[in-house]
Design a protein around this ligand. Sequence first.
Ligand SMILES: Nc1nc2c(ncn2[C@@H]2O[C@H](COP(=O)(O)OP(=O)(O)OP(=O)(O)O)[C@@H](O)[C@H]2O)c(=O)[nH]1
Ligand SMILES: Nc1nc2c(ncn2[C@@H]2O[C@H](COP(=O)(O)OP(=O)(O)OP(=O)(O)O)[C@@H](O)[C@H]2O)c(=O)[nH]1
Ligand SMILES: [Mg+2]
Ligand SMILES: [Mg+2]
Lengths: 275, 292
Amino acid sequence: AANLGIFDEDTLDDLEMILISADCGLSASTHLTSVVREDMLKTGDYRKEHVLGILAGEMRAMLSDGRIDLQDGLNVILMIGVNGTGKTTTSGKLAYRYKNQGKKVMLAAADTFRAAAIDQLKVWGERAGVPVLAHAPGADPAAVTFDALQASKARGVDVLILDTAGRLHNKKNLMEELAKINRIIGREAPTANVYSLLVLDATTGQNAVKQAEAFAEVADINGIVLAKLDGNAKGGVALAVTEATDAPVVLAGLGEGIEDLEDFNADLFVRSLLP
Amino acid sequence: GLSSKLTDITTRLRGKSRLTDQDIKDMMREIRLALLEADVNYQVVKEFVADVTEKSRGEAVMKSLTPGQMVVKIVNEKLVEILGESESKLNVSPTGFTIIMLYGLQGVGKTTTAAKLALMLKKQGKKPLLTSVDVHRPAAAKQLAVLAEQIDVPHYIRPEEKSAVKIAKEAVERGKYLLCDTLIVDTAGRMTIDQEMMDELIEIGDAVNPTERLLIVDAMIGQEAVNVAIAFNEAIAIDGFIMTKLDGDARGGAALSIRKMTGIPIKMIATGERVEDFEAFHPDRLASRILG
Ligand SMILES: Nc1nc2c(ncn2[C@@H]2O[C@H](COP(=O)(O)OP(=O)(O)OP(=O)(O)O)[C@@H](O)[C@H]2O)c(=O)[nH]1
Ligand SMILES: Nc1nc2c(ncn2[C@@H]2O[C@H](COP(=O)(O)OP(=O)(O)OP(=O)(O)O)[C@@H](O)[C@H]2O)c(=O)[nH]1
Ligand SMILES: [Mg+2]
Ligand SMILES: [Mg+2]
């Protein structure tokens, strides 16, 4: 009984349930529970603080975290992910952050498909005090990308944030469109620091792993944003996602306001997953 | 998928006269794995496996010449039973003016689904009016307006108004004035732990008394699905839910979880970003998708 500060077989079952309920997935949850069980057998230390320490350590080892490292010259941050995860909102938050750091920032509305997507990004641009490069709705996202890169180079932009349309990763044509955007960036800004950010919704279950793997194939993920971490969902799938892609979680979206963006804190995150 | 895994287990039974407890255990492990991978709620999986285990020890399976296939059949039937035994028609108001409200977490597809519903009703000969009471998300009203124009359905928006309740009441008046028979109300996405936003939701509901309250659920949602559904249900008494983004490869286990734990029926499914991507749901198709 864990309430006596002792772990036993029942608490180990509970542990697996807690981890699965946090969306860690069956494989990670079983792995973590067996690491704990092995340690308990080896050390004979069943005290709660010891066991949770082992658990936290193993989780921390599975999780990769990091920071976006901006470099001199043009930095292109490519916002990608499936529909509705928080790309546009995060673009606005990032623009605000870098603007306040004294960087010259530009937003580009490469989602030319969804109703009012451009309008939405323009509002964020106004809020952040950052210009938004946009074409008309229905324009070619590749053309918007191209123009945004030319404008960024011409104006000496430090950070160009390219907001793209949500796309389900099993849609070949949409993933090909993303690959094309990526090629254009490589061709038009070969010396730029390109940072591809996958935005995941923290409420997502095991499908997040499939999303990450598919996006990594077309756009080399450099970092992951866990958006909507201010809800009930723990985002435990991040363990499996970073294991599968080696991409670090770099940011946490903690709300719908422009300041609700924080550097991802792996220790805090792991602690929230613990019983 | 699961069927082949279960048949593999029982193929090696050839020559054996009956399933052993270990055989059943092995099969249940595969079933549990498949359902958890599909994001079915932990507790729901536990109960489901217990039910199926019991059935698998019954006469029919024991006497069968193909016990593996019997178990597959039991699993499928049980899933369809849970998913499908429901009235999936939308409520219609006896007053002749039906109000449908859409709720859900952020980004699940409420606004897009509102337009899909409007188009469906229009094709059925109804006269819908679309309104957005999302006073929070940037360009939310505009998004709904653009969609409404695409499908040639009237819309009522107040982009500068800060009170969702006010817009909702005005939309009701607008709908009646235009001789519409249905008002579709698109609300802002919200977290169920955001008490202020949940209060807003309750206020809107109290103000316009919706005929049909629909929870919009993203197919890729994980283990929190049941808690979310319960929270919305307790706040606003959900009549049905619509699962979106089923054109992806998320298994959609949340549908089973929500249905099992709340009894709320699935009314429709959304299968794409275009307004036409909207269908009645088929329990057998969703069951085989969840099983993988
Ligand atoms: N609570 C909360 N809501 C968020 C967060 N990030 C985004 N949202 C909300 O999620 C919804 C979708 O956000 P968007 O920025 O439009 O998502 P998107 O990925 O750009 O969507 P598409 O472009 O349609 O694919 C909006 O209602 C946002 O306000 C977050 O960190 N916390
Ligand atoms: N592929 C696919 N995309 C969908 C589906 N339904 C909605 N979407 C997309 O999901 C994203 C979010 O849709 P919205 O309608 O803005 O979602 P919402 O619930 O109104 O979002 P908030 O108002 O911010 O909470 C958009 O990119 C939509 O095009 C669907 O069935 N399939
Ligand atoms: Mg967007
Ligand atoms: Mg909306």
